[in-house]
Unconditional design. Sequence first.
Length: 314
Amino acid sequence: MTNILVTGGAGFLGSHLCKVLIEKGHRVTALDNLYTGSLQNINSIDDHRNFKFIQKDVRIPFNFKNDFDEIYNLACPASPIHYQKTPLNTMQTSIYGAFNVLDFAQQNQSKVLQASTSEVYGDPEVHPQSESYWGNVNPHGLRSCYDEGKRAAESIFFDFYRQFQLPIKVARIFNTYGPLMNPKDGRVVSNFIMQALQNEDITIYGNGQQTRSFCYVDDLIRGLIVMMESKNNITGPINLGTTCEFSMLELAEKIIQQTQSNSQITFRPLPDDDPKERKPDLTLAKENLNWEPQVSFDDGIRKTIDYFRKVITS
């Protein structure tokens, strides 16, 4: 049985990860300050004998009596509406959190995975984005607290690897969707579904031609676990996502169709620094992890819509 710490363990991705790890027979401790996470996300496992929850902020150094074999660092608000609300806290979570997690991992000689993001590519001038691309990030824009914080965290992880030979993994996560998304987190999938289910106008920012690729949460979690279990010389960064790419207009039309909604589409000005396109090159994931997404968009969005229907009626 592996002893595992998941920071951000009550968040959207973190809670899914905790559940899968417990199903695999591991002992899991979730750490979360509940800024964007929720105890409801982990209520199905909170009384499991192999699960423990600790309410704590990764910005504050920590030490536990438990020796952890593996640490997944998922702690950080990931949607613009949340990370832009308190940008300094967001930057601190990425940077102080990275130092605190890595210091703790070094003490325990734990293998540690950093949940990085496709946002490190900024508004890319290369499409699709491979891990060798250094990105096009505005260092002082509205999104920079998240983009630059995650870029700095990657740098800190690799410095610990080079200086202390600490076993690290860096996964660059592209847009992920699925059950347990916060309906008010401002992400495009949750926004569109909630508006469609309530027959409200679906709001598209810009002309709707900007694109994203959308990975179902089960595939993403499987990718994180496979990466953690890979050989120590596979450090990353490695993209995890899907090449299933849609424009925002196409996405809105698909969700209207799936929900059988009467919603109309309205357009508003595009926010500053909003990327025009985003899609991963998955060559490294396929070659080094033997991983690629398996859930079709139609299946994944159907499950996600079913979840939000329950949220609305509960």
